[in-house]
Design a protein around this ligand. Structure first.
Ligand SMILES: [Zn+2]
Length: 435
């Protein structure tokens, strides 16, 4: 496939217009200035893609999600976190089957593909359903089941253990499309003896780790009161960070936490919509970056966002940083794009992904900037995280395959997915009402 006469953001963060990007097999084959007209190019390649008025970027990596939570989108708004979880989300989730997870995941994946996301890092449960949705659609994912438990928990006897072992086996046959992760839900939903068992298992299995970290002030302070250390120190001491880790939220990290997280190579995932909506607070991404910590971006589950729009998430994060620090230079377009693409890919262990460079995986997204709100365009690159959102994406490609184009999915029957999402929702609401 040839993207002809299109604007791109180069790895150095600069926008270059009138470029020609060729994709062959699964890879970006070449990136060079477009020197001929579309008509001339189409003599040789009748399917050459008309890139005029469009911006090509590396595919976005949603580095923290609970993808089937699309099914609970909008179920219980304007509640405290505690009431939302205990009166709505947990009872609803308890009823979800593996098949329900499949439909919820398909809906989330479709939304992500339509918004330029080519890979996501997920933590949920009954993940065989999510695995099936990922492999059928062609999106990439790092999947995990968030472990919870108490002092009586023997890791090898848990449903979590069976699911994770099955995931490792199944993922091995996907050629890297699915990467199995280990996952601990959070410090406050586990105990040290369980965390130690998990860290041992993780070192043995050489998995990447995915956790929630210091999301609320309450959990952060309770950990300090109970163990005399912050959650970051607690996890480091118990060996959780001994394999590459991605940690979500990190709003309340402090003091030596920054050095621990940097030295252990932990990636922190910023999710400003969720942080704001749940009323948790604001993460200081500038401090993360200034301490040399790798920064990535995620949407969190659809219940607490309420969409899976990565472009909106990056823009909100950038605007918040500018306002909080009274510094309009936070952050450059190149830096923001790195947070949302390359850093997420590296966090997943995908060294060959997330850069617009020959030889890298052709995980790409195209935005149409011919709409009124972009006119007149001064710079396609800087328009990305100031003025665009997911609905401006017109094409998404994973491993060189077009999975979404102009409102159509090539691997998803979207009407069937939406119908099933309503069916699952109505069945669960009826079951809850009859209790
Ligand atoms: Zn989360």
């Amino acid at each position: 496939m040839l993207f002809h006469d299109i604007a791109i953001i180069c790895p150095d963060g600069q926008t270059r217009e009138h470029m020609s990007v060729r994709v062959k097999n699964q890879l970006i084959e070449s990136i060079e200035p477009a020197t001929r007209s579309l008509e001339e190019v189409r003599v040789l390649d009748k399917d050459a893609y008309d890139g005029r008025g469009k911006l090509l970027i590396p595919g976005l990596v949603n580095n923290h999600s609970h993808v089937p939570m699309t099914l609970t989108r909008g179920y219980g708004e304007d509640l405290t976190l505690y009431d939302w979880l205990f009166t709505r989300i947990f009872p609803f989730e308890a009823l979800l089957t593996e098949e329900d997870m499949y439909w919820g995941a398909l809906l989330g994946i479709a939304e992500m593909l339509s918004g330029g996301t080519t890979s996501f890092t997920d933590m949920y449960m009954r993940i065989q359903g999510i695995f099936r949705a990922v492999t059928e659609t062609g999106i990439k994912a790092s999947l995990s089941n968030g472990l919870t438990g108490d002092a009586s928990t023997d890791l090898e006897q848990t449903a979590w253990f069976k699911e994770t072992e099955a995931l490792i086996r199944d993922a091995a046959a996907t050629g890297g499309q699915v990467i199995p992760n280990a996952s601990l839900h959070a410090q406050y939903t586990s105990v040290p003896s369980l965390v130690t068992q998990l860290a041992e298992y993780n070192r043995d299995r050489k998995l990447r780790m995915h956790i929630h970290l210091s999301e609320t002030e309450g959990e952060h302070e309770e950990c300090k009161a109970k163990y005399g250390k912050t959650p970051s120190r607690y996890f480091a001491d118990l060996g959780i960070f001994d394999t590459p880790t991605t940690a979500a939220h990190a709003i309340f990290i402090e003091g030596e936490d920054y050095d621990i997280l940097r030295d252990k190579g932990v990636t922190l995932t910023h999710m400003p919509s969720s942080n704001l909506k749940i009323g948790s607070g604001l993460a200081d991404v500038k401090s993360w970056r200034d301490h040399g910590i790798r920064v990535a971006v995620g949407t969190d589950g659809a219940g607490s966002n309420n969409n899976l729009d990565m472009i909106e998430e990056v823009t909100l994060g950038s605007f918040l940083a500018k306002g909080i620090h009274r510094d309009p230079l936070l952050f450059s377009t190149g830096e923001l794009l790195t947070f949302a693409t390359r850093n997420g890919a590296l966090s997943q262990g995908r060294e060959d992904t997330g850069l617009l460079e020959a030889g890298f995986k052709a995980d790409l997204a195209v935005l149409d900037m011919s709409g009124l709100k972009f006119q007149p365009v001064f710079d396609y690159g800087t328009a990305l995280f100031t003025n665009a959102n997911a609905s401006d994406v017109v094409l998404t490609m994973v491993d060189g395959k077009v999975l979404y184009k102009d409102g159509e999915f090539t691997t998803i029957d979207i009407e069937k997915v939406v119908w099933n999402a309503y069916r699952v929702r109505d069945e669960k609401l009826a079951a809850l009402a009859s209790k």
